[in-house]
Design a protein around this ligand. Structure first.
Ligand SMILES: *[C@@H]1O[C@H](CO)[C@@H](O)[C@H](O)[C@H]1NC(C)=O
Ligand SMILES: *[C@@H]1O[C@H](CO)[C@@H](O)[C@H](O)[C@H]1NC(C)=O
Ligand SMILES: *[C@@H]1O[C@H](CO)[C@@H](O)[C@H](O)[C@H]1NC(C)=O
Ligand SMILES: *[C@@H]1O[C@H](CO)[C@@H](O)[C@H](O)[C@H]1NC(C)=O
Ligand SMILES: *[C@@H]1O[C@H](CO)[C@@H](O)[C@H](O)[C@H]1NC(C)=O
Length: 399
């Protein structure tokens, strides 16, 4: 009797000591993992080996990062949709940290407004911002809710700390998608400062053009050698004559996992670290330089930027001819053009004001058209982009 109580007492004591030690270890891991030191930049346990055994389709709001199981998102969707859709889902990822949430929402709204296929959104954002997205999501008419699913992810987790501050806040996640989103076959990544001008399906269909070795699709950084950063100044190996812009990336994650994408990037990073300026975009350029057979080069209208209409090479400033003829599919507000270039700003504002459910013609296209023509006629500080309103309108008109 006495010795049984004794051994029970020992077991409890042992357990308590064990629990304390575990606590200290966990606390230590937590503290060391979240403190970031710019000087000791080092890529740590890079997650090619991450396992996601969390069931991502279960509507739980765990929204956590676990060292062993990877990322588990908060999933928001309505009940009906699982029965109505089968395989044909489009996947769109966006990273929206800090100030970027408002912009990301405008992008998401443009995708939902123009696309009739089912879209799963992967939103990486500060956990504090989650309620912002959910609140907006809940305000949408049910006809839209039935064809979207929101998966919200935290913007930060221990192994990422060193990457996170290296470039624009949180822009590095896109490099980690193959490892973080283990149950996703393919997705389109788009920078938060962008709006779609056409259904997402058109861009998604590029996946079907991939040959057996292609797994990424991007748009060149420039069409014009006189201003190409990569051509003129960069010291890294880059793709093609002008490099690639990482604002829009089609990623076949299944194939990227098969070729150990993440660990290859780690190796390139170690070799070229000193010459890297645009962190993740440079890494993608280096990767595609050495693996051109894995890249599909998309047309400039899929990632239309101010560089395409303010170019010094052409007298009109316009170097993306396909967008002049057919319109831009996606407008990317890089270089703060949604704030500084009148016509870019007008497009962004039009989507920002538009309420899902309102008539697209009278609620979006007509006011935008009026605004763009007014800018072309009257605006004092005109950009050469403002002379080409049809680039922004053509896709709407063809709907
Ligand atoms: C995910 O969860 C759903 C609902 O609980 C279940 O039916 C399904 O089998 C699970 N899938 C996997 C891969 O565990
Ligand atoms: C969904 O898939 C099931 C079987 O896989 C099929 O019977 C059904 O017709 C599909 N539904 C739609 C809407 O495609
Ligand atoms: C991605 O690649 C895998 C493996 O080759 C293929 O089965 C899948 O259909 C591809 N996904 C898309 C969207 O093309
Ligand atoms: C990827 O890594 C795994 C394990 O590290 C290795 O077995 C495999 O051969 C690698 N694949 C390629 C294509 O390098
Ligand atoms: C796929 O296309 C790329 C780019 O044109 C090319 O480099 C590669 O060799 C092609 N792969 C195959 C298997 O044809």
């Amino acid at each position: 009797m006495h010795s049984a109580a004794m051994s029970r007492y020992k077991a409890v004591l042992f357990f308590m000591v064990f629990a304390c030690v575990m606590w200290i270890v966990l606390l230590y891991n937590f503290l060391t993992a979240t403190s970031y030191n710019r000087d000791s930049f080092l890529i740590l346990p890079f997650p090619d080996h991450f396992r996601l055994d969390g069931n991502l389709t279960v509507p739980v709001c765990a929204c956590t990062w676990k060292k062993d199981s990877g990322l588990i998102p908060c999933v928001y969707r309505t009940g009906k949709q699982m029965q109505t859709t089968n395989g044909s889902r489009l996947h769109l990822a966006v990273v929206a940290c800090g100030e970027r949430s408002g912009e990301a929402l405008v992008l998401i709204k443009s995708a939902v407004a123009l696309t009739t296929s089912f879209i799963v959104f992967y939103i990486f954002t500060d956990t504090k911002q989650h309620s912002f997205f959910v609140k907006e999501f809940k305000s949408w008419p049910s006809a839209y809710l039935e064809r979207v699913e929101l998966r919200l992810y935290p913007d930060t987790y221990p192994d990422m700390q060193n990457w996170k501050h290296k470039f624009a806040p949180c822009a590095s996640q896109r490099l980690l998608f193959p490892s973080l989103l283990r149950d996703v076959d393919a997705l389109v990544y788009v920078d938060a400062d962008a709006v779609l001008l056409s259904p997402l399906d058109k861009m998604w269909n590029y996946f079907s053009r991939f040959n057996s070795t292609q797994m990424l699709a991007l748009v060149p950084e420039h069409e014009d050698p006189t201003v190409s950063w990569y051509h003129q100044s960069s010291k890294i190996p880059y793709f093609g004559p002008f490099g690639l812009n990482s604002g829009v990336i089609l990623m076949n994650l299944t194939r990227l996992r098969q070729v150990n994408w993440s660990s290859t990037l780690v190796q390139y990073h170690q070799v070229y670290e000193k010459n890297i300026v645009f962190f993740d975009q440079d890494l993608i350029n280096i990767y595609c330089h050495f693996h051109p057979e894995r890249l599909y080069v998309m047309d400039c209208s899929m990632n239309y930027r101010v560089d395409h209409c303010e170019s010094r090479e052409s007298t009109s400033g316009s170097v993306c001819k396909s967008a002049e003829w057919n319109g831009a599919y996606l407008l990317h507000g890089s270089k703060r053009s949604f704030k500084n270039v009148p016509s870019f700003k007008a497009v962004y504002r039009a989507f920002e004001k538009y309420k899902l459910g309102d008539n697209l013609l009278s609620g979006l296209l007509e006011p935008l058209q009026g605004e763009l023509f007014k800018i072309r006629e009257n605006h004092r500080k005109k950009s050469s982009c403002d002379h080409l309103p049809m680039i922004f309108l053509r896709h709407f008109m063809m709907r």
